[in-house]
Design a protein around this ligand. Structure first.
Ligand SMILES: O=C(O)C[C@@H](Cc1ccccc1)[C@H](O)SCc1ccccc1
Ligand SMILES: [Zn+2]
Length: 165
């Protein structure tokens, strides 16, 4: 299992670099990220969250938890509509806030073997893809909120982190 960085941690603001080697090292990273996501449990995880600054995302929104989607070097295009969703984040435990996202997206990416593909998504999958690509761009969802809300969230998180020390 990989350690998930907890907000506020400056390393969550690092912009991830594109993957250039589709090798067994990448495959191990994907396997470890998937195991960490399923155990958390979560429906998505970005490499940034496990302090690996490469453009790799794993997602599984299936009920049966056996439909892993791997996005390497993902690029969003064709953002349509608007929707809001009460989002959470494995790096910001216990915090759930309404966030605005595009309702539907088209994403072009590679799988872990270097095969390119394109995906049209809407609903929770579209929200999750946008949430994870934000992580790769060094963005955390709580930073979309007002300064007042963000300050209160940071106080709460720091209090909780002291308790677990
Ligand atoms: O990136 C993460 O931290 C995992 C996120 C992904 C996510 C956030 C908001 C909306 C959709 C996906 C979650 O913590 S995974 C937990 C979860 C499970 C079901 C619905 C929403 C969030
Ligand atoms: Zn997150």
């Amino acid at each position: 299992l990989l350690n998930i960085l907890q907000y506020p941690d400056e390393r969550l603001h690092i912009v991830a670099k594109p993957v250039t080697q589709f090798d067994e090292v990448l495959q191990k990273l994907v396997d470890d990220m998937a195991e960490t996501m399923y155990e958390a449990p979560g429906i998505g995880l970005a490499a940034t969250q496990v302090n690996v600054h490469q453009r790799v995302i794993v997602i599984d929104i299936s009920e049966t938890r056996d439909q892993l989607l791997v996005l390497v070097n993902p690029e969003l295009s064709a953002l349509q509509g608007h929707t809001t969703y009460e989002e959470g984040c494995l790096s910001v435990p216990g915090i759930y806030e309404e966030v605005e996202r595009a309702q539907a997206v088209t994403v072009r990416a590679f799988d872990q073997h270097g095969e390119p593909f394109e995906l049209q998504a809407d609903g929770l999958l579209a929200i999750c893809i946008q949430h994870e690509i934000d992580h790769l761009d060094g963005k955390v969802f709580v930073e979309k909120l007002s300064r007042l809300k963000l300050n209160r969230i940071v106080q709460k998180l720091k209090k909780n982190q002291r308790k677990t020390m």
